[in-house]
Design a protein around this ligand. Structure first.
Ligand code: MF3
Ligand code: CO
Ligand code: CO
Length: 257
């Protein structure tokens, strides 16, 4: 396994790409309302990335993906394809996953939104999933092992009676969208890759209210829960620093120590 180490100059570019992706998540929030289509949300994100940021939406054309962002509603685990036919309604929950390329480098991040008000079982799933991401991030520093991160995420999910999706994981990121290492959201302490300064990767836990199993739809992209129950996901792109972690995709509403 070869994990690339980024230079200070590389990380400076990833910081800009990360900020751009975070900005898209910040500005799309006010558009996530009942009646809007996921196709419209995609268009707003696309135009901001291309026309305002003068950057590249990484998802568009990636392995044939047809849109600029992923929109995953309710029981969709990930990789939902934006569509003019998919209208959001009150009580829906949706993950929007944005990846921006700036000067060759990627910034990849996603967050959950609620349409109007959602039932408490849905907001609880969303909150615990975000806590899983934050508990993982808190551990990141040189010497930490990927199994430590997977373990803390799995523990927190299972303590809350949710299941962790195992078919998809976080990933190294840089000039390449998905590179080594694979960042599992489950695992055993003191196992796996030892983190070093200059590594950059995502943590992006997916938690299901029911069973972990997913199934791929005929469109070749959309992954749904097999049991039809809700799923949630949050994602950040991170850099390992000399003493800890930098969250390259932090939003203004977040404060990392
Ligand atoms: N952004 C997703 C991730 O977190 C990948 C989406 S690939 C796409 O890794 F092709 F579906 F857009
Ligand atoms: Co990712
Ligand atoms: Co993503």
């Amino acid at each position: 396994m070869t994990v690339s180490i980024k230079t200070t100059a590389d990380i400076e570019k990833m910081r800009i790409a990360g900020r751009m992706a975070a900005e898209v998540l910040e500005l799309i929030g006010e558009h996530v309302v009942a009646g809007v289509t996921t196709g419209e949300l995609d268009r707003i994100c696309h135009e901001h990335i291309v026309d305002v940021q003068k950057a590249i939406p990484a998802c568009l054309g990636y392995r044939g993906f047809p849109k600029s962002v992923c929109t995953s509603v309710n029981h969709v685990i990930c990789h939902g394809i934006p569509s003019e036919k998919k209208k959001l309604k009150k009580g829906d929950i949706i993950n929007i996953d944005v990846t921006v390329i700036y000067e060759e480098f990627h910034g990849d991040t996603s967050k959950m939104y609620v349409v109007g008000e959602a039932p408490s079982h849905a907001t609880r799933l969303i909150q615990v999933t975000q806590e899983c991401l934050y508990k993982g991030i808190e551990l990141v520093k040189p010497g930490c092992r990927l199994g430590d991160i997977g373990h803390v995420i799995q523990q927190h999910a299972e303590k809350n009676h949710y299941s962790i999706v195992r078919d998809y994981c976080g990933h190294g990121i840089g000039r390449v969208f998905h590179e080594e290492p694979q960042v599992m959201h489950y695992g055993r302490p003191d196992t796996g890759l030892i983190l070093k300064e200059g590594m950059t990767f995502t943590i992006e836990p997916m938690l299901n209210a029911g069973k972990a199993a997913g199934k791929l739809k005929k469109d070749g992209w959309t992954v749904e829960t097999k049991d039809g129950r809700l799923s949630a996901q949050w994602e950040h792109t991170l850099a390992v620093t000399a003493t800890g972690v930098e969250v390259l995709t932090a939003r203004k509403e977040e404060s990392f120590f």
